[in-house]
Design a binder for this molecule. Structure first.
Ligand code: ADP
Ligand code: MG
Length: 673
């Protein structure tokens, strides 16, 4: 028996139980040991009947004197028992467990743990946990200690798990050997694996339990680190289809032609990318920068370097609006350089396209009949909007190109430390000069009409333009018909509220040409207010808009709110963000209030991570974001520790013979996640 032994080898585990364990992803004894309690019940105070005090939680070992089922006046079935030890007698009461009298018959010795209180004015232990004591020497499992409570599934109680874990540990506890050498363990201030498992499931106190849990959490993160290191090393075995040469002076000429001076971090990111492009294994880099930090121009520089080699760049954006915007920006930036750029929309057919240097489009690029003939670089903008599969398919369609992904979602420090999958990271840490802070207010329902008056006066006195964003009804990335209905009815309402202003409506179900018309009118200041679903969230650039109004702000993650807010404050005018919300207290309100104080996407993402977890920042598992079961993304110390050990394992494999270095995996060491 070892950690990889299936749980079916344990006594009493048949097909039904196996199926239930499967729901919890538990198939081996190792999995069972890694099933960490959600909390512990403190039943460690073992005492005698004479010393019981009302209000405390205690354990006694006593003999059943009598027990019977009775009905209360309200029809509740109660099991009332009397138990005694050498110091005296006390009452015990359970509710709705009539079968108890079959197991707890008079004469049996039991260990009873529960809260001491009163019943009919007599001292009594109410609804206690219990277990039959065959002999005083056998250690108790469900009573008389810190009792672990496990994440459960229907038909699989903590009681079952405790019994099985106890049996398994008894069978093979002594055989658990650590896969890490002892000096690594002690240098990292951890306990060994066997101790960890024992402490987690059979702790004497909470400190012990925590120490054990820490080691299992460490293993979990270590596994993640090793997996991403392995992927990185595998990636480097690839060879690009089209090897590039870097023509520096021509690139510099392009940079000099830009209408602005690059920020220091744009220069740094561009340099990092260029040095990746020189290599014969493909780049796999994530360019991360807050909304408005200027990622597009960095991608343009990379595309230009590729163009100088007679190769193509394929740029994928999440929406048609954004693809169109990129197309226009690229045409402008490259006006002097004779690049052939094409926008692939659903309307463009193959015959419209000649040979091209840059293709820009949405996910339709993946399916499009157009085949690219010499791709040097694939750029994926707002990468979190695409699934892992979509990204892979576009890359595959292009041969083995360099890949640059871009995101405005700030990656919290701890997550970046796990190498965020296998990506290299470039970060734009500063904004182009001259950007202003967007003043943000959370507006309670009572001040709604006042806020509308304020917007009217801003339009009148400054010619301001405003976005009003309605949230999606369903929690999903895609707009439904319901969403369209709701934004449309809000639009009608707002037309009555702002009778003298010009309002436009934008949502995902409009035809591409209608969307274009609305956006162009807004851009050209023919509209004062654009009422929209969150389709504007990503990327669109309308510097003259200075007011962002968000309905039901609590429905968005902080990262999402920050993205929306980033749509304003792009020009030289003072900008504002108004967050409407029904909440005026509680966590949802606190999160919104943070928007008033914090302007950095990074800080907001850290806060979101603490308050809502990574799923809310990065979306579903689809995004490729790793999940943690035992460890927490907030534990930076632990994550650093695991990263150090992972690097050491890769560097000095001979020191770590028990780690399956070939696969950089902890499989076979009992860790299967
Ligand atoms: P994002 O990082 O959100 O994609 P964009 O690339 O759309 O940001 O850039 C936002 C705006 O900032 C654009 O209008 C762009 O022309 C402008 N911009 C980019 N870099 C600079 C810079 N170094 N100096 C001034 N403006 C810049
Ligand atoms: Mg962008």
């Amino acid at each position: 028996m070892d950690l990889n032994t299936p749980i079916t080898d344990l006594p009493k585990v048949g097909p039904i139980l196996t199926g239930k364990f499967k729901k919890l992803d538990i198939t081996t004894i190792g999995n069972l040991f890694y099933h960490v309690p959600s909390h512990y019940l403190d039943y460690s105070l073992v005492t005698t009947v004479s010393k019981l005090h009302a209000g405390e939680t205690a354990t006694i070992h006593a003999k059943i004197v009598s027990i019977k089922n009775i009905y209360s006046k309200r029809g509740i079935k109660m099991q009332i028992g009397s138990v005694e030890d050498t110091t005296g007698k006390t009452m015990v009461v359970w509710f709705n467990q009539p079968f108890l009298i079959k197991t707890l018959y008079p004469g049996r010795t039991v260990s009873i743990s529960g809260k001491v209180g009163f019943f009919n004015r007599k001292l009594c232990i109410t609804s206690p946990d219990y277990e039959i004591l065959d002999s005083e020497e056998t250690p108790t499992v469900h009573t008389g200690r810190l009792v672990p409570v496990y994440p459960e599934t229907s038909g699989l109680s903590s009681k079952w798990m405790r019994t099985l874990i106890k049996n398994a540990f008894k069978e093979m506890g002594t055989e658990i050997s650590d896969f890490l050498p002892s000096d690594t363990i002690s240098n990292s201030n951890l306990v060994d694996l066997r101790t960890a498992i024992e402490k987690v499931h059979f702790p004497k106190n909470l400190e012990e339990a925590e120490k054990g849990r820490e080691r299992l959490a460490f293993n979990e993160v270590l596994n993640l680190e090793l997996t991403s290191l392995r992927r990185k090393i595998d990636w480097k075995k690839n060879r690009v289809t089209n090897k590039l040469e870097i023509k520096e002076s021509a690139i510099n000429e392009f940079i000099r032609s830009l209408p602005f001076k690059l920020t220091d971090s744009q220069v740094k990111a561009a340099n990092e990318i260029i040095s990746d492009l020189k290599r014969d294994f493909p780049m796999n880099r994530l360019l991360e920068g807050d909304v408005g930090s200027g990622k597009t121009v960095v991608a343009a520089i990379a595309s230009f370097a590729v163009f100088l080699n007679g190769c193509q760049t394929v740029i994928m954006a999440p929406t048609q609006i954004l693809a169109t915007q990129h197309y226009e920006i690229f045409k402008k930036l490259f006006a002097k350089f004779n690049l052939r750029i094409s926008l692939l929309t659903s309307q463009v057919t193959k015959k419209d396209l000649g040979r091209n240097d840059i293709f820009i489009g949405t996910h339709s690029l993946i399916h499009d009949i157009v085949s690219f003939d010499k791709v040097g670089l694939v750029v994926i903008d707002e990468q979190h909007r695409f699934g892992v599969e979509q990204r892979k398919r576009l890359v595959k369609k292009s041969g083995t190109p360099h890949v640059l992904t871009m995101t405005a979602t700030p990656i919290p420090r701890t997550i970046a430390l796990t190498s965020f999958g296998d990506l290299d990271l470039s970060v734009l840490t500063e904004m182009p000069a001259g950007r202003q802070k967007v003043t943000t207010w959370v507006v309670p329902e009572g001040k709604r009409s006042g806020a509308y008056d304020w917007i009217k006066s801003q339009v009148k006195s400054h010619g301001s333009q405003a976005f009003i964003v309605c949230p999606l009804i369903e929690d999903s990335d895609a707009e439904t018909l319901e969403d369209v209905k709701s934004v449309t009815s809000e639009f009608e309402k707002l037309k009555d509220i702002f009778p003298n202003l010009k309002l436009g409506l934008l949502h995902g179900r409009l035809k591409a040409s209608e969307k274009d018309n609305v956006l162009t009118s807004f851009k050209n200041h023919k509209l004062d207010i654009l009422v929209t679903t969150p389709v504007v969230e990503v990327g669109i650039d309308i510097p003259s808009a200075t007011i962002m109004v968000i309905e039901a702000g609590e429905r968005f993650g902080l990262a999402g709110l920050h993205q929306l807010r980033g749509r304003v404050g792009r020009g030289s005018e003072k900008s504002y963000c108004l967050l409407f919300s029904n909440f005026s207290s509680g966590n949802a309100f606190k999160r919104l209030k943070a928007m008033e104080k914090m302007n950095s996407g990074f800080e907001l993402a850290e806060l979101d991570l603490k308050m809502r977890g990574p799923g809310e920042i990065f979306g579903t598992a689809q995004s490729g974001f790793p999940e943690l079961k035992i460890a927490s993304w907030n534990n930076i110390e632990l994550i650093k520790k695991a990263k150090d050990v992972a690097n050491d394992i890769v560097k000095y494999p001979k020191k770590y013979l028990k780690v399956d270095i070939a696969n950089f995996s902890l499989e076979g060491t009992g860790f299967l996640s």
